[in-house]
Design a protein around this ligand. Structure first.
Ligand SMILES: Cc1ncc(COP(=O)(O)O)c(C=O)c1O
Length: 376
């Protein structure tokens, strides 16, 4: 079979680049002649601006989102023998960061509406070894944080948001990143706020934690050549920070565009036998991913591809069932919703530069696919 020609990609970062290329060129040009290629004022400016955007006191630029999670866990005191609770459907980095500390990830099933961690199932997983809970604002919809913070208070635990899908999302009016002890963000290129390479950050209101993180991210130093602790070489570089400063200025407009396109999909796909993303009345979803669920997932994905539409099956296997976690011996029955959903989910194309016509075309094809199923 010939490889189909993709007319509507799952994501297209080049369209955005073409719109802002001169701003980006100027931003990069503000770094390169300075001769300052690590840390420095441009990184500090981005950190201040991103902290203000999230509504917190501190942002610490880190080399990528995985290391942001890892260093945040180290700074929160997680070490060998500890346990960290997170959800079964996330990017594997959330769990790997726990392993990097010598600790064990403990996976909780998801709730059926927003696919976030099932808060009601967390308490049963808390043991004397539990140190931290990592809720993940999956696909861009915030987790219901209040009950998690209450639980953490009751059991004296810390909470680290994995906000890598949810830059700019709001929970009860407050931005993600400002809802717990600390939050880790990825700025992987395709994220809602993405760099042109690897990048990440940790945000927090805690002065002491912020200080510890600055020491940890640069080889355990407060002043150069005195290494107070075994640290890491995980700084965000200033070229990426300069790029992120430009993109941060556009972020709210891009989020609004994502929300408009998502609303159009939801309107056009309403009457089909598929589960569509929901938005809680206390939430503002940023639609990093527009994730639908259907039993016909694989056939639908093939049909769309044959008609030039690319989709993605992001997280088609829950993390605890990945080969690397066989040693923890999770079974599908331990995480029934996450297991079930993983086989049904499909991410439709959605990015701010996508046109309404493209959303209509994808929706029209999905209608035609289901009409075909009915006529079979
Ligand atoms: C939920 C989640 N956590 C963590 C990460 C890790 O971020 P990075 O790819 O920047 O290391 C990602 C990114 O893909 C993610 O989606």
């Amino acid at each position: 079979m010939n490889k189909p020609i993709i007319r509507i990609p799952a994501e297209d970062l080049t369209r955005q680049y073409q719109q802002i290329r001169w701003e980006i060129a100027a931003a990069i040009d503000s770094v390169l002649p300075s001769g300052k290629y690590t840390l420095g004022p441009i990184l500090e400016q981005f950190e201040q601006e991103f902290a203000a955007y999230c509504g917190v006191k501190h942002a610490i630029g880190i080399s990528n989102g995985t290391e942001a999670l890892h260093l945040a866990l180290v700074a929160l005191g997680v070490g060998p023998g500890d346990e960290v609770i997170t959800q079964a459907n996330t990017y594997v980095a959330t769990a790997f960061a726990v392993n990097y500390c010598g600790a064990t990830p403990v996976f909780v099933d998801i709730e059926p509406i927003y696919s976030n961690i099932d808060v009601a199932k967390i308490e049963a997983k808390i043991t004397p070894r539990t140190k931290v809970i990592i809720p993940v604002h999956i696909y861009g919809h915030p987790v219901d944080m209040d009950p998690i913070m209450d639980l953490a208070k009751k059991h004296n635990l810390k909470v680290l948001e994995d906000a890598s899908h949810a830059h700019g999302a709001r929970y009860k009016g407050k931005r993600t990143g400002s809802l717990a002890d600390a939050a880790a963000f990825s700025f992987y290129p395709s994220k809602v706020l993405g760099a042109y390479g690897d990048a990440g950050a940790i945000v927090t209101n805690d002065d002491e934690l912020a200080h510890r993180l600055r020491v940890l991210r640069y080889m355990g130093q407060e002043v150069k050549h005195t290494h107070l602790v075994i640290g890491f070489q995980q700084r965000l570089d200033p070229v990426q920070a300069a790029i992120l400063r430009v993109k941060l200025r556009h972020l709210d407009r891009w989020i609004e565009k994502r929300r408009q396109l998502a609303a159009l999909y939801t309107q056009l796909l309403q009457d089909l036998p598929i589960n569509l993303p929901q938005e809680a009345e206390w939430a503002s979803h940023v639609y990093y991913l527009y994730t639908i669920r259907t039993k016909e997932r694989d056939a639908l994905a093939d049909y769309l591809l044959q008609h030039g539409v690319e989709t993605q099956k992001i997280y088609h296997t829950p993390v605890p069932l990945q080969p690397c976690y066989q040693y923890l011996n999770y079974q599908p029955d331990d995480i029934p919703f996450a297991y079930n959903y993983a086989a049904k989910l499909l991410n439709l194309p959605l990015f701010p530069e996508m046109t309404e016509e493209e959303v209509k075309e994808v929706s029209e094809l999905i209608h035609r696919f289901f009409e075909g199923c009915l006529n079979e």
